[in-house]
Design a binder for this molecule. Sequence first.
Ligand SMILES: [Zn+2]
Length: 311
Amino acid sequence: MDSDMKESPASVGGVALASSCPYCHSAAIRPRYRQHFHKINPTYGPFDFFVCAACGCGFNNPMPSNEQLKSFYSSYSSGMPEEYRSAMLEYEDSSWHSQIARDLVDLAGKHRLQPGFTWLDVGSGAGEIAGKLSKLAPASRGTCIDLHPAPEYMQDSQVRWLQHDINADFSRDVAEKFQLVYASAVLEHVVNPEKFLINCLKLTEPGGVLYLFCPDYSSLASKVMGQKWPYYLPGEHVTLPTKKSVRTCLDGISRSGEVGEINFRVGGKRISYSVQYMLFALNLRWLGKMLPFNFSLKFPTGALEAVIVRL
Ligand SMILES: [Zn+2]
């Protein structure tokens, strides 16, 4: 074999091993877990998980390859394991999707967006939040972006569906900008979070808002539960940021001048889950079956939110 055909020690399966943090670029990264497989699909993996001493985030290193990601997601319907989706639908009324949709309407109000505001849902999955948002703000004009086609029930809806790879420079393929852009439970899935945030901000109108909701690896829940934390999903949640990771990354983007000036705040967020869904996600469904009722609570599951305003 030709010498330059050999796999370099800095790559595994053709994917380069990162030498710095995907959020803050610090070189102070070290492995925490080795050779973990996905929790639901035990044939997907193995993945090593590194942590950054500077911002505290965790990430798969190397990242899964594009081919691995595509084949993994094609085993899901609409970007989510079937088992999770059906558990979520079962407890739909009390879902966190409803909470996020309501929070987005409040956010639009706070930022004085008119009823006919335009919005973009990046990484829409099965369009759960988009569907609820378009009902709560019926005059608004919504667009979804994800790799897969629109789920069947959304094909006749007012919401436009665009098919793009959100790991790529998707902002190049979208001709307009939006007053409200959001990515809910998406940042942890993308292989280059900084590039993803730049693309989202490029599609946010000056004066408009970008909203993010994702796991927080510095949360108490994450520290207490370790690898049993439900957001720890090797190969699927390929990065787990902290509030510091998101702030540092946004500061860097702001300094780069690539998207103009931004203002932002990042904080923890309690999220509404039904108790039955929570027990399911914690692998305690048997306990749920012993409860004769369901209700929802705002759990400190260890999540964060960021509101970024383009000036
Ligand atoms: Zn870092």
